[in-house]
Design a protein around this ligand. Structure first.
Ligand SMILES: [Zn+2]
Length: 130
């Protein structure tokens, strides 16, 4: 297991308020390059919740779709400003993911190839097709 993957798998234990039921059923269905992005997002969400004692969220699914990060979660007992802050953090990470290679984490761009979207840098792309 890569170090990035081990860190991702440790997130539910690190942030029990984001993962009240423990690990997400399908794990983190993204490649390791987005590990840091997802860690940063979880830290941010946890910070937002610290300012909203009654609120809770549950991360349901984390995956790649159309070359970008999809982070699905449900929110409970949050006021409007908390909910908005959470949504902004998730949106920001989703937008950032379109500029980070999903494989290696280096700067990259979202590209489409025959309708197949991915954010993978040229080096990683050629490594795959070899
Ligand atoms: Zn790459």
């Amino acid at each position: 297991m890569s170090e990035a993957r081990a860190r991702l798998d440790a997130l539910p234990a690190t942030y029990p308020r984001l993962f009240p039921k423990g690990p997400v059923p399908w794990g983190f269905a993204v490649s390791d390059g987005w590990g840091h992005l997802i860690e940063t997002l979880c830290a941010r969400l946890d910070t937002i919740l610290q300012d909203a004692p009654g609120a809770s969220i549950e991360v349901i699914q984390v995956k790649e779709k159309f070359g970008a990060l999809r982070f699905y979660y449900s929110v409970h007992h949050a006021d409007d400003s908390t909910e908005q802050a959470l949504r902004q953090a998730v949106d920001l990470a989703a937008r950032a993911s379109a500029h980070i290679c999903e494989r290696c984490g280096r700067p990259s761009e979202l590209t489409s190839n025959d309708g197949w979207y991915s954010t993978v840098c040229p080096a990683c792309r050629s490594a795959t097709s070899r």
